[in-house]
Design a protein around this ligand. Structure first.
Ligand code: ADP
Ligand code: MG
Length: 461
C-alpha cells in the first residue's frame, strides 16, 4: 500500500477512538513519510506534537498501524516534517496547511507535564537562565542567582527569593540547580517543594524509614526548597527542616528558598527557622514591566514555534499585567486559536480571543465565603477566627482584610459584610474598610499581601 493510503486507513481508525478535538489537534498535520521493513516514520509539524504522540498516542497509533499492515510494524519513529514540506513550492495555493509558522496546539500547562523531570535532582530541564527574561523587576534576583550558580555555598547562603504568584521564582531557582549540574555534573542537587518535603517526611515517619529519609537529604550539596510559606502550621516538618538546614549550612552547602512573602510575614514560622531564613541574602521579584512582558511573550512564542507581529505582543502585554503565568495563558489561547483556524491572527482576532478572558465576570462569581476562606488560608487561621470576635491582633487584621476585599472585589454593602463576618454591625465593617484603605497607603507589605490574596481568589480552581 502507498504511504498516503495507508496513513488514511490508520487515521480513519484513530478518528473513531479519539475525541474530535484531540484528533484535529494532534493528527491533522501528520503524515506517513515512509514505511520500510517494519519501520514506520511519521511526520509531525513540531516538537510538541512529536512528544505528545510519543507519550500519549503511541499505543493507539501502533495498534492501528498493525491492523492496517497485518502486523508488519516493528518500530515507529516520529520526526518533524509536514505535508507543506513535501508540497512543491510552485503550487502554494494547493496547500491548505498553516501558511507561515508551525504553531503548537493546546496550552503549555498540559504540555509541561510531558517534559521529563530529572528523577535524581527533581529539576525540570525547561527552567534555565537562557529562557528567563531579565528586566528591572527581576535583575537583582537574577544576578544573585547567577552568583550562587557560579560559586554555590560561597556567598548568599541561604538565598531567599520572594514574590507573588507566577512571577518566576520556581523558574529561577531551578535554573540555578540546572546551571550547577551542568558545570559540576557530580553535585547532588535536590529541588523540592515544601509540601513534597512535608509529605515525604510524614511517609518516612509512618513507614519507619526515617534513617533513609535523613540520609538522602543530608547528602545533598545544593538544596532548593520552593514555597516555604507552606511550612506554616506544620510543626513537625519545621523541626525536621530546621535540622536539615543546620546540617547543610554548617557544611557550606548551598540552600535556596522561595516564598510568596518575606520570612517575617509567614505566620507560625518558628523564630529560629525565621532567623535562619533571614540570615543570608533576601531578594524580591516583582511584576514585570511592559517591555519585559513583551520580551517574555516573544521568548515563549519562540519556544512554541510560533511568531506574531509586534502589535499583537504589545496588545497582549498591555492587557495582561498581573503575572507571567497569565501572560502565557493568554498567549496559549492565541496560539490555540491559530491552530484551529490554520492562519495567523489579526489584531482584531486577538482582541476577540482575549476579550472573554479579560472581561470574564469573575467578580460576580466570587462568593463572600470564598473571600473568608482565601484570607484564612493565607494567614493559616481558621475561618471561625475571621468570623469570630477575638481581639487578638493576628486575627483582627485578617478579619479587616476580609471585609475590605468584600467591599472592593464584590462591592458588598456594609450591612452584608457585617452579616457575612459573623453578624457584626455595619459600622464595624465601615471602620475596617477605611482602616485597611489607609494602612495600605503606608504599608507596602500589607498591600502586597492583599494583592496575593486577591490573585489567589482569581486563580482557576
Ligand atoms: P512562581 O514560582 O513565582 O509562581 P513560575 O516560576 O512558576 O512562577 O513562573 C510561571 C511561568 O512564567 C513559568 O512558565 C515561567 O517559565 C514563566 N516566567 C516567569 N518569569 C519569567 C521570565 N522573566 N522570563 C521567562 N519566563 C518567565
Ligand atoms: Mg512556584
Amino acid at each position: 500500500m502507498e504511504c498516503e493510503a495507508l496513513w488514511q486507513t490508520v487515521l480513519g481508525e484513530l478518528e473513531l477512538q479519539i475525541s474530535k478535538a484531540n484528533f484535529t489537534t494532534w493528527f491533522k498535520q501528520t503524515l506517513l513519510i515512509s514505511f520500510d521493513q517494519g519501520h514506520a516514520t511519521i511526520g509531525v509539524p513540531n516538537v510538541f506534537t512529536q512528544k505528545w504522540l510519543e507519550n500519549k498516542y503511541h499505543k493507539e497509533i501502533f495498534r492501528s498501524l498493525q491492523h492496517a499492515t497485518n502486523d508488519a510494524v516493528q518500530k515507529i519513529t516520529y520526526t518533524i516534517q509536514t505535508k507543506r514540506d513535501v508540497i512543491a513550492p510552485s503550487n502554494p495555493s494547493s496547500s491548505n496547511f498553516s501558511p507561515s509558522v508551525h504553531i503548537l496546539p493546546q496550552a503549555t500547562e498540559t504540555m509541561s507535564v510531558q517534559v521529563e523531570v530529572d528523577p535524581r535532582s527533581n529539576l525540570n530541564p525547561r527552567y534555565i537562565f537562557d529562557t528567563f527574561i531579565v528586566g528591572p523587576s527581576n535583575e537583582l534576583v537574577t544576578a544573585a542567582c547567577r552568583a550562587v550558580a557560579s560559586s554555590p555555598g560561597r556567598q548568599y547562603n541561604p538565598l531567599f527569593i520572594y514574590g507573588g504568584v507566577g512571577l518566576g521564582k520556581t523558574h529561577l531557582m531551578q535554573a540555578v540547580g540546572n546551571a550547577i549540574l551542568q558545570m559540576y555534573p557530580g553535585r547532588n542537587v535536590r529541588y523540592i517543594t515544601t509540601e513534597q518535603f512535608s509529605q515525604e517526611y510524614l511517609n518516612a515517619l509512618q513507614n519507619h524509614k526515617m534513617a533513609e529519609f535523613k540520609s538522602t537529604y543530608r547528602d545533598v550539596d545544593v538544596l532548593i526548597a520552593d514555597d516555604v510559606q507552606f511550612l506554616a502550621g506544620k510543626e513537625k516538618t519545621q523541626e525536621e527542616f530546621f535540622h536539615l538546614f543546620n546540617t547543610l549550612y554548617e557544611d557550606n552547602k548551598q540552600i535556596i528558598l522561595s516564598s510568596d512573602r518575606l520570612p517575617k510575614m509567614i505566620p507560625t514560622l518558628e523564630d529560629r527557622l525565621r532567623s535562619r531564613f533571614e540570615g543570608g541574602m533576601i531578594a524580591d521579584i516583582s511584576k514585570p514591566e511592559l517591555e519585559t512582558r513583551i520580551a517574555i511573550l516573544r521568548e515563549k512564542s519562540r519556544q512554541k514555534n510560533a511568531a506574531f507581529g509586534d502589535e499583537i505582543y504589545r496588545f497582549i502585554a498591555t492587557n495582561v499585567q498581573n503575572n507571567v503565568r497569565e501572560l502565557e495563558g493568554a498567549l496559549n489561547r492565541v496560539i490555540a486559536h491559530c491552530q484551529l483556524n490554520n492562519r495567523q491572527p489579526t489584531l482584531p482576532d486577538v482582541q476577540n480571543i482575549l476579550a472573554t478572558m479579560l472581561s470574564s465576570p469573575k467578580k460576580k462569581a466570587l462568593a463572600p465565603r470564598m473571600i473568608v476562606e482565601a484570607v484564612s488560608q493565607f494567614y493559616s487561621i481558621e475561618t471561625e477566627d475571621i468570623t469570630g470576635r477575638s481581639r487578638k491582633k493576628e486575627l483582627v487584621t485578617p478579619r479587616q482584610i476580609a471585609m475590605y476585599l468584600m467591599r472592593c472585589e464584590i462591592e458588598a454593602s456594609f450591612p452584608t459584610i457585617g452579616r457575612e463576618l459573623g453578624g457584626k454591625d455595619h459600622t464595624t465593617a465601615m471602620h475596617a474598610v477605611s482602616k485597611i484603605e489607609s494602612e495600605i497607603e503606608k504599608n507596602d507589605s500589607l498591600r502586597e499581601e492583599i494583592d496575593l490574596i486577591r490573585q489567589k481568589l482569581y486563580l482557576p480552581a
